[in-house]
Design a protein around this ligand. Structure first.
Ligand code: 9MR
Length: 400
């Protein structure tokens, strides 16, 4: 846990260091915009409308780093030997789904899509970015659903469940929300309009929504973003109620990282669930993201899942990946196999754990190397879409 915490501290420093450029999906221009107008490597500043330009993943500009492919390749290392497909196996063992995140720019990669669209492998998908606030309401009242619709349509075509991600989050949040100085009443209606429009747009198509994402700091205190600073903790119930009204059949989740084992943050999330339940606020599930480091899993995974389900919510690992310091070695890949087994086994042991989603299935499209330089290889498929030993770890967990 300590190392996990310090990695996020390192991330904070990194984010400050590169603040002169906008991050992927961040704003990079538009009328009234006074922030950075250049984008980090691998993304291109793209005009959405007169008021909003955004750094979209795309052709790397000058100065972009070399491909993350070759130096970290696991080529040569023994891969997976299992012949089971993950979702089919998860279903046969009583779970609702085994799933993967995906992202729109990946849709042009035919080899990637062939594996993603195999519904015996993945019975559920989550859009990594295209249903977030900056993608769906880049300027106030102007909703754009093209990216999210492409993911929803893919799920429908493939016969896969869809997780919606997300309504209210401090990140990938347009500046018109964070910097307008809205009063409490104004921000309430901004949240209600956003959540009800986005959740309503996908009504009937989404199994579960991450309505609120990452409300807590690692020390268990509330994250002081525009929502908390303006509305206190009430923003959570405002968002959940708007989502429930917009799609009464979608399961409504709060989703966070570093709540997978005992910690101050886990305690805060447990307390929040208890409070919301006692107030009759609609809440169906807690998403435990599961961004882990090889060899450093928190203890008591199963017990922590059970602490949540005892409060009357379902749980899921919603963004599982297990990263390592590069270069990958056989020992690290073997430990990663064990770690995937341990995490998936914990979900299998808890009836109210409905499924596991990996935060994209291949190292080719993992978020990790860009966010944690020097780390990677977090996914069960390698850069070349070959299964790694981690895949056998998942199969072993599903069979447990
Ligand atoms: O996978 C997403 C990546 O493409 C984006 O650049 C990043 C920006 O914040 O968000 C990633 O997904 C995050 C998710 O929405 C919330 N939990 C942490 C995930 C990894 O950063």
């Amino acid at each position: 846990m300590l190392k996990l915490g310090s990695s996020f501290a390192a991330l904070a420093i990194l984010v400050q260091f590169v603040a002169a450029q906008s991050q992927e999906w961040g704003q990079c221009g538009g009328i009234g915009w006074s922030g950075p107008t250049t984008c980090v490597s691998g993304t291109v500043c793209t005009k959405q409308n007169d008021y909003y330009s955004q750094c979209l993943p795309g052709a790397a500009g000058p100065g972009a780093p070399a491909s993350t492919g070759s130096p970290t390749s696991t080529a040569g290392a023994p891969g997976s030997t299992s012949t089971s497909n993950l979702h089919a196996l998860a279903k046969s063992k009583g779970k609702l789904y085994f799933g993967s995140a995906t992202d729109n720019p990946e849709f042009t990669d035919a080899a990637y899509m062939a594996i993603l669209s195999d519904n015996t492998m993945f019975g559920q998908i989550t859009p990594g970015n295209s249903m977030k606030w900056d993608a769906t309401e880049p300027s106030q009242g102007q909703f754009t659903f093209s990216g999210g619709d492409a993911v929803a349509n893919l799920a429908k075509t493939n016969g896969q469940l869809l997780r919606g991600h997300n309504c209210v989050w401090y990140s990938q949040l347009p500046s018109w929300v964070s910097n307008s100085g809205f009063s409490a009443a104004e921000l309430t209606s901004v949240i209600q309009n956003h959540c009800s429009t986005v959740v309503g747009h996908y009504k009937g198509q989404v199994y579960s929504w991450d309505v609120v994402n990452e409300p807590f700091n690692d020390d268990g205190t509330w994250r002081t973003d525009v929502f908390y600073n303006t509305l206190g903790t009430s923003y959570v119930s405002i968002a959940l109620q708007a989502a429930r009204a917009a799609d009464p059949n979608a399961k409504l989740y709060i989703n966070d990282y570093n709540i997978e084992g005992p910690s101050a943050k886990t305690t805060s999330m447990l307390n929040l669930v208890q409070t919301l339940k006692s107030q009759g606020v609609p809440l169906d599930g807690i998403g435990l993201q599961g961004h882990f480091i090889v060899g450093e899993l928190p203890g008591n995974l199963q017990q922590t899942l059970e602490q949540f389900t005892a409060l009357g919510v379902e749980v899921a690992y919603t963004e599982l990946d297990i990263r390592m310091t590069l270069p990958a070695t056989q020992a690290l890949l073997t430990q990663q196999q064990k770690d995937y087994d341990t995490v998936v086994s914990a979900c299998m042991a808890v009836e109210g754990c409905v499924g596991v989603t990996i935060w994209d299935y291949t190292d080719k499209y993992s978020w990790v190397p860009q966010t944690f330089p020097g780390q990677g290889e977090a996914c069960p498929w390698d850069q070349n879409l070959a299964k790694k030993p981690a895949y056998d770890g998942i199969v072993s967990g599903l069979n447990s």
